[in-house]
Design a binder for this molecule. Structure first.
Ligand SMILES: C[S@@+](CC[C@H](N)C(=O)[O-])C[C@H]1O[C@@H](n2cnc3c(N)ncnc32)[C@H](O)[C@@H]1O
Length: 308
């Protein structure tokens, strides 16, 4: 299967990153290398491109694509949350730009065997990497209260209680192995009363977030990245669901109005120092043309900060 992924908010991201030849850039979510290829082209043979991904297939495909660009590169099969260690390994202290294009690639969604889709029958996997706990492990081993919490928090699923109960009931008959077994159980928990096209969407989102630890440690990683920016450097983040976007928004907000002094203090005494500015007041979303060509862009939001 060829690696297919259309980069989201490509023009807008490149605009805010404002890549300078000779600079150091870190793409934490390499994927198909679409954003990285544009960064590499703008480096004009000078500077350094560092990139990480959890998915060996992404690293292979992007590595081949980026070979055409004559600029120094280092790829890491790693979680971008290891950012500080990765740049240290590359002998770098400051970076001029960081990009996170969060979530899964179209390739991962399309590759049936990975089990991300609630529309195709496949093993219940959902891992971005080929290591660690699968979605089947979660639904077959977590206790009912934990399942309910995950579905509610990560899926914003109002019917989390009934779904968690049904999952436990069903796994006692036979442990879950496939995506469609889980979809049937979710539908049964709704008793046929749902208005969405597929009531499994929120549960699948929740399981994907849990399996890949998508939200845990994201704020800390953003702070590490902001700390490592050189003056004028940019941290750009593209999110695809409200939980992730809220987390990015709040983390950036904390970097900007983190002063904890009482409002009536004439001067700041808490020691907070604002080191970054927001690149845009509101998140950037896809324009009409992109939305027509790439439905995946519908939920995308780009936020960015610039180092003072
Ligand atoms: C939306 S795709 C990126 C697409 C890429 N920007 C492009 O234009 O081709 C997200 C990629 O990030 C990877 N990923 C998601 N979370 C990650 C994490 N915490 N650490 C490293 N890679 C991650 C996924 O495996 C996937 O390949």
């Amino acid at each position: 299967m060829t690696f297919s992924h259309v980069s989201v908010l490509l023009k807008e991201t490149l605009e805010v990153l404002n890549v300078k030849p000779g600079g150091v850039y870190f793409d934490g979510t390499l994927g198909g290398g679409g954003h990285s290829a544009e960064i590499a082209a703008r480096l004009e043979g000078k500077g350094l491109l560092l990139a990480s991904d959890l998915d060996p297939a992404a690293l292979k495909a992007a590595g081949e694509r980026l070979a055409a660009y004559p600029v120094e590169k280092r790829f890491f099969r790693s979680n971008f949350k290891n950012f500080s260690a990765l740049i240290a390994e590359a002998g770098v202290e400051k970076v001029n730009g960081v990009l996170l294009d969060l979530g899964v690639s179209s390739h991962q969604l399309d590759e049936k065997s990975r089990g991300f889709s609630y529309q195709a029958d496949a093993p219940l996997d959902m891992r971005m990497s080929d290591e660690g706990m699968t979605a089947a492990d979660v639904v077959n081993t977590y206790d009912e209260a934990d399942l309910r919490r995950i579905l509610f928090e990560y899926g914003e699923e109002n019917n989390s209680r009934a779904i968690a109960r049904k999952i436990v009931e069903q796994r006692n008959v036979k442990p879950f192995e496939t995506t469609l077994e889980l979809v049937d159980t979710i539908k049964a928990a709704f008793g046929g009363r749902y208005t969405d096209k597929n009531p499994a969407r929120r549960t699948f989102q929740a399981l994907r977030i849990e399996v890949n630890g998508e939200l845990a440690g994201l704020s800390d990683a953003l702070r590490d990245m902001a700390d490592a920016l050189a003056p004028g450097g940019v941290l750009a983040v593209i999110t695809f669901h409200s939980l992730e976007d809220r987390l990015v928004k709040q983390t950036f907000k904390g970097m900007i109005d983190g002063c904890t002094c009482p409002k009536d203090f004439p001067v700041c005494t808490c020691g907070f120092e604002q080191k970054v500015d927001l690149a845009f007041r509101k998140p950037v979303v896809a324009g009409k043309e992109e939305l027509e060509n790439n439905p995946r862009a519908r939920s995308a939001k780009l936020r960015a900060i610039i180092k003072r």
